[in-house]
Design a protein around this ligand. Structure first.
Ligand code: XMP
Length: 511
């Protein structure tokens, strides 16, 4: 059985980071909201250890998250972090108090005693604190194993029961020896071997779905994006022809994109693929629509309608495969497993098809891990490393009314820009880059004649999380080459501008 750690989520801001830090040490970590799991589940799932995360609350607040104290008696090692540390102390009969005006925030000096948790860590080191409440009296059986100037119990342990709590955050890089501490917990306390790799993830998932979906038929909406592609290939490996992929071509993709998707999935993977040519249908619905949110709504709804119609033709389908990844789960409601976000981001779930269930093979993974799985599965690098592309596609990059002619113009300009970025071989390519067809025409001159063509805007941003973004300082030569080629090669474009606005105040997309 694959060794794994449970990250029991109490709502803190660093919870994703904890799972990440564990996986970086080649131990698989699953994150579960505290309200969705019981001590009995923890026992039967065979976790090697449990980490209680931080959380924004105070244990004495009746509305704060609590957990069944029976978890402390399972014999499974536990590490409580911040709120998780206080909760463990409280559950075991300790006393928590509010530090009031001397709450600690930021880097402080930690002093520790001897404990397997601190093996290899200097007696004094820097840790990251962020708390008001603290453990005033440790529960029976526990002893204090570290302190700071203002925090008498910065860490506690009941070595016999292998229960540990730390008030600071070992998962953030500001804690100098945080990684070492987690390593000690995983390897010395929990006895993990650390042999988890993406390869194992693929093998374990394929086996799991082969077993769970024996004799069942599955359907997957393929968008050509990274997540749905990886989910589809993984499921295909498990159940082969019993998976059908529906690729709705809404005509709002970039140049040659639809054909690439079809080629990869049909030829390389020999999948049951249905490509639905819905271009006219989408264009007709979008005719005359200029308002961005209305465009998004129409595309989302149409997508679902087209998908439903195809699914109905297929007869009984048991499960729907979705490319949901961990950040989607978080965005759609603090780890609450009941909220499902449609993988193509533009609409909801089909409501007329009667599925038995939804399969989300990538639900636990972060984006870079999904890419690693994709490469492991043999999906071409250019598809796996693709920059993000919005569900509504070029519809929100053709400003104002959408027409076939405007879409074609944008596709050509965008392809040239992407070619030039690729050709420049930048050391740090932008996180996302594309062309926008503005709704403005401007005067130009070509030969001796006056022209009056479209203005194309080029956009390139650098960002980690897309919540904020800086405009990328692309080399002038690259911009010059793109501008010159676009105005020469794309009829009806007479001007190219570069967008030098960051987010905020602007957004990445223009609509
Ligand atoms: P904004 O424009 O909000 O974009 O700064 C942030 C990131 O989200 C993408 N984006 C979308 N993705 N459906 C999507 O699937 C949408 O409606 C949508 N709007 C923006 C955008 O491309 C960028 O990566």
């Amino acid at each position: 059985m694959q060794e794994k750690i449970l990250v029991l989520d109490f709502g803190g801001q660093y919870n994703m980071l904890i799972a990440r830090r564990v996986r970086e040490q080649h131990v698989f970590a699953e994150i579960r909201p505290y309200s969705k799991i019981t001590p009995a589940d923890i026992r039967s799932a065979g976790y090697r250890g449990v980490i209680f995360t931080g959380g924004p609350n105070s244990v004495y607040d009746p509305a704060s998250p609590h957990f069944d104290p029976a978890v402390l008696e399972l014999g499974v090692p536990i590490l409580g972090i911040c709120y998780g540390h206080q909760l463990m102390a409280w559950m075991a009969g300790g006393e928590i108090a509010s530090a009031g005006s001397i709450s600690e925030y930021g880097k402080v000096t930690l002093r520790h005693d001897d404990s397997p948790l601190f093996a290899g860590i200097p007696e004094e080191s820097v840790c990251w604190m962020s708390h008001t409440d603290y453990v005033k009296t440790v529960p029976a059986g526990f002893s204090v194993i570290a302190s700071t100037e203002h925090c008498p119990c910065a860490a506690m342990a009941d070595e016999g029961r292998r229960l540990y709590g730390v008030q600071f955050h070992p998962e953030v890089t500001h804690t100098a020896y945080g990684k070492r501490l987690l390593h000690n917990f995983l390897f010395t306390v929990c006895g993990c071997k650390g042999d988890w790799t993406m390869d194992d993830f693929v093998t374990a998932s394929v086996e799991k779905y082969r077993r769970e979906l024996a004799g069942k038929r599955a359907l997957c909406a393929l968008s050509g994006g990274v997540d749905s592609s990886v989910a589809a290939v993984l499921l295909h490996r498990a159940i082969g022809d019993r998976l059908t992929c529906v690729f709705v071509d809404h005509g709002l993709l970039r140049k040659d994109e639809g054909d690439t998707v079809e080629r990869v999935f049909r030829e390389q993977f020999d999948m049951n693929l249905i490509r639905v040519d819905a271009r006219d249908r989408f264009l007709t619905k979008l005719a005359g629509v200029t308002e961005p949110e209305k465009k998004r709504r129409i595309i989302g709804e149409e997508f679902i309608r087209v998908f439903e119609r195809e699914a109905e033709k297929l007869g009984k389908i048991d499960v729907l495969v979705q490319g949901t990844i961990y950040p989607d789960v978080i965005e759609s409601g603090a780890g609450d497993a009941s909220v499902i976000k449609s993988h193509h981001n533009v609409g909801g779930l089909p409501d007329v098809i009667d599925f038995e269930g939804i399969v989300e093979p990538l639900r636990e993974l972060f984006k870079d891990e999904v890419r690693a799985v994709g490469l492991e599965l043999g999906i071409p690098r250019e598809l796996v490393m693709r920059q993000p592309f919005p569900g509504p596609g070029l519809a929100i990059r053709v400003l104002g009314e959408i027409t076939e002619e405007k879409l074609d113009t944008l596709r050509e300009a965008d392809a040239i820009f992407r070619e030039e970025v690729a050709k420049a071989g930048l050391e740090a390519p932008p996180s996302q880059y594309f062309a926008v067809l503005t709704d403005g025409r401007s005067v130009g001159v070509m030969g001796d004649a006056r022209t009056y063509g479209w203005t194309v805007a080029l956009r390139a941003v650098s960002t980690d999380d897309f919540m904020t973004a800086d405009w990328t300082r692309l080399p002038y030569e690259l911009l010059a080459a793109a501008s010159s080629r676009i105005t020469n090669e794309v009829r009806s474009v007479s001007r190219v501008v570069y967008d030098v606005t960051s987010k905020p105040p602007a957004t990445v997309e223009w609509e």
